[in-house]
Design a protein around this ligand. Structure first.
Ligand SMILES: NC(=O)C1=CN([C@@H]2O[C@H](COP(=O)(O)OP(=O)(O)OC[C@H]3O[C@@H](n4cnc5c(N)ncnc54)[C@H](O)[C@@H]3O)[C@@H](O)[C@H]2O)C=CC1
Ligand SMILES: O=C(CO)COP(=O)(O)O
Length: 327
């Protein structure tokens, strides 16, 4: 019998992962919260709002019925924004279905990372993280990519690799889910900083410095929260920074570019359908780090920037004026 994977969240990444799971040989249920939207995607066989122009394979069934999506599933992927994860999960009849969190952020109201949210809402459920440098539209098209299934439970790592891998989508097992989720959340914030310096005309040197020192920030925080420093050098840390800080293909980077050029946050966000995770995560990750006794100066500058308390040149001047220290 073909294994079934449930994808909970039909945005850009959920739709791409549904296509990928079908390519990997699964029966797939793609759950959308809105019945009309689920019906429109099912009828068109395309998610025109979030992933236009890419057809869904026959193995993907689209539904707004959570019971139908999760019934008989061997694995479920949570692919809603981090700020919506708790609400969506609380309403899901997951029972014992193991979960992979695919969102990259910190919950603003509680400062929880995705696996902490899952443990609070479904205590004892086997859960892990799927993360890495993956633009949805490239994965959906079958272009080569790699990612990590990070979980404490080896059976979940194996299930993730078995159900989601295909020749062009290379998955690695990871034993440091905390490091993976810190990397995914922090890189979105650092990407806003990277975009902002380019948008403000401060140059490529400034971006390289921010990305590298940003890597040090996410590594410090991961270790403080119980993760491993070396995870920062892998796909979920450095790999995703390289992708997300490289250019306007990233929503976070492109937001930074616009802020750097002097556009307002509200105007930029009003013009986009998809989530820009770094906006809510910037203050949350700073507060979470502070609670753990860790300073994140670049994330702090981004939190001030998105709150419009500071301009890009002011943020850069503040970072440059920090006391000298060893690298
Ligand atoms: N788009 C990408 O290339 C990648 C995205 N991610 C991460 O995956 C997560 C989701 O991103 P995307 O799919 O790109 O976002 P998106 O903005 O394209 O789609 C989000 C989906 O979640 C739904 N949603 C939003 N709030 C909801 C709520 N309260 N209840 C139920 N559903 C809700 C939306 O209707 C939409 O279907 C984010 O954390 C993002 O950082 C990770 C890797 C790649
Ligand atoms: O997480 C992503 C790539 O790995 C997507 O990045 P953006 O949300 O910035 O587009």
């Amino acid at each position: 019998m073909t294994a079934k994977t449930a994808i909970l969240g039909a945005g850009a990444w959920g739709t791409a992962l549904a296509i990928q799971a079908a390519r990997a040989g699964c029966d797939v249920a793609l759950w959308a919260r809105d019945t009309a939207r689920a019906e429109a995607i099912a009828a068109a066989r395309v998610n025109q709002r979030y992933l236009p122009g890419i057809a869904l394979p026959d193995a993907v069934k689209v539904t707004a019925d959570a019971e139908e999506a999760l019934g008989g599933a061997a694995l479920a992927l949570m692919v809603v924004p981090a700020q919506a994860l708790a609400r969506v999960l609380a309403a899901m009849p997951v029972r014992g279905v193991p979960l992979l969190a695919c969102c990259k952020g910190v919950e603003a109201s509680t400062l929880r990372l995705p696996l902490e949210i899952i443990e609070a809402i479904r205590p004892g459920l086997s859960a892990g993280v799927l993360s890495g440098p993956n633009f949805a539209h490239e994965v959906a098209r079958g272009l080569p990519a790699a990612a990590v299934v990070a979980a404490a439970d080896p059976a979940l790592r194996e299930a993730g690799l078995a159900l989601l891998s295909s020749p062009a989508f290379r998955l690695y097992g990871g034993e440091d889910p905390i490091g993976a989720e810190v990397g995914g959340a922090a890189k979105n914030v650092i990407a806003i900083a990277a975009g902002a310096v380019i948008g403000a005309g401060l140059g490529e040197n400034a971006r390289a410095a921010l990305v590298t020192r940003g890597l040090a920030e996410l590594s410090r925080l991961a270790v403080a929260l119980g993760g491993r420093a070396e995870t920062a050098a892998g796909l979920t840390g450095l790999g995703d920074l390289m992708l997300t800080c490289a250019g306007p293909g990233s929503r976070n980077m492109s937001l930074g570019l616009a802020l750097g050029r002097g556009e307002s946050l509200a105007a930029v966000l009003a013009g986009r359908a998809g989530v820009t995770e770094g906006v809510a995560t910037a203050p949350a990750i700073v507060a979470r780090a502070a609670a753990a006794g860790v300073e994140l100066p670049i994330c702090e500058a981004v939190a001030d920037l998105v709150a419009e308390r500071i301009t890009v040149p002011e943020a850069m001047a503040r970072l440059l004026a920090r006391p000298q220290r060893a690298e």
